[in-house]
Design a binder for this molecule. Structure first.
Ligand code: EPU
Length: 337
């Protein structure tokens, strides 16, 4: 175990924020993780996965433990399905590609999402009508109190929209070390209706799409709207789409008849925060190196040398303006430190 001192976290967060970690340890096996944790109080710990869902606003005084556990294996296979295990440090998109190459279906709509396998269940990553919970079987996590591995079933995880037990009652208690997925080997359930996937397939003349075709469509749609963190620092959607009552929607429709929404249940609807921010006149808005993306207002970007504090200040300005204009509160999706 090698402890590094005062290193820049810029390469470790997709926003590209240049703050320092006072102490930094990388772990590549479960045993190494356990040994490392024996020497650090839980309250002194800062867990770092793919760094794709965080905004760092200051130097990290706690010890950063970078979870770099690698490996994937087919745990069980029948004629119809495969249970595939991936270690927490596997890159999410590379894992999705591995599944597609093996014709294991279920994750294709989640192509190109930044981040790692181990952090994906925490916020139940989702895109184009699919969430990780749909193919999630279980995960293994290290309990910081006992340093034992425990298993969480799909039910245990209490998944919701960008939400799970790991953001609520289990927050700060566990480190996910691996995830098991239940994937289809045949009769793939293709989800093409959301977000112009159908349109892409039609334009390409694809009538009987494979999971690879869906993945390609998703990659193209994402690349056309969402900035590549390697080129422009960002953390994907900065805000969650707010959930409001149907009464509130009716009230908003009187003034904004074009307002888009998705039905959540009998009483609630979700309104795209990107639309609210665009209507508030902030799409493409820039303050120094902190900005609102030109093509998708839900994404905040770092044009180069923005500090975390500058991005945070911009996000607060957006919240305020959207609140004043619509009477709707939008909350960050990213974790702010
Ligand atoms: N819209 C605007 N202006 C914008 C952005 C969006 O008017 O600047 C409108 C669009 O025209 C559309 C609606 O808002 O009517 C929804 O837009 P989009 O399909 O781009 O999806 P989203 O609701 O903005 C969510 C996820 C994304 C995911 C897409 C596709 C959240 C917080 N975000 O965005 O997830 O890729 O759907 O499924 O739920 C992420 O979490 O990092 C992420 C990128």
């Amino acid at each position: 175990m090698k402890i590094l001192s005062n290193i820049s976290l810029k390469p470790y967060n997709t926003f590209g924020i240049d703050v320092k970690a006072r102490k930094f340890v990388e772990v590549t096996s479960v045993e190494e993780l356990r040994e490392t944790l024996k020497n650090i109080y839980a309250s002194e710990l800062f867990i770092l996965g793919g760094g794709s869902n965080m905004l760092l606003t200051k130097d990290v005084e706690k010890t950063v433990v970078h979870i770099n556990l690698k490996g994937r294996e087919i745990v069980k296979e029948t004629e119809d399905e495969a249970i595939v295990k991936a270690m927490a440090g596997e890159n999410w998109h590379e894992f999705v590609c591995y599944c597609i190459n093996n014709d294991f279906g279920g994750l294709e709509n989640l192509s190109l999402i930044p981040g790692n396998v181990g952090t994906a269940p925490i916020q139940n990553i989702g895109a184009y009508g699919v969430e990780i919970k749909d193919s999630f079987k279980s995960c293994t996590a290290m309990d910081l109190q006992t340093l034992e591995l425990v298993t969480f079933s799909r039910e245990d995880c209490k998944f919701g929209y960008r939400d799970s037990i790991f953001k609520n009652e289990a927050k700060g208690r566990y480190i996910i070390t691996s995830v098991n997925f239940r994937l289809k080997k045949k009769d793939h359930q293709l989800n093409t209706s959301y977000g112009s996937i159908d349109q892409y397939l039609e334009e390409k003349g694809i009538k009987d799409p494979t999971i690879g075709d869906i993945s390609e469509a998703v990659i193209n749609i994402r690349e056309s709207k969402l900035p590549n963190p390697k080129e422009l620092g960002n953390s994907g959607s900065f805000f969650k789409n707010p959930v409001v009552s149907k009464e509130k929607l009716e009230e908003l429709k009187e003034k904004f008849s074009e307002i888009p929404f998705y039905v959540v249940d009998e009483d609630l609807v979700k309104i795209p925060a990107g639309w609210l921010i665009e209507q508030a006149g902030l799409k493409g808005h820039r303050e120094g190196d902190a900005g609102v993306h030109k093509k998708q207002a839900l994404v905040l970007v770092n044009y180069g040398n923005a500090t975390g504090k500058e991005i945070l200040a911009l996000s607060e300005k957006i919240q305020k303006k959207v609140g004043e204009m619509f009477g709707v509160e939008i909350q960050p999706e990213v974790n702010i430190f």
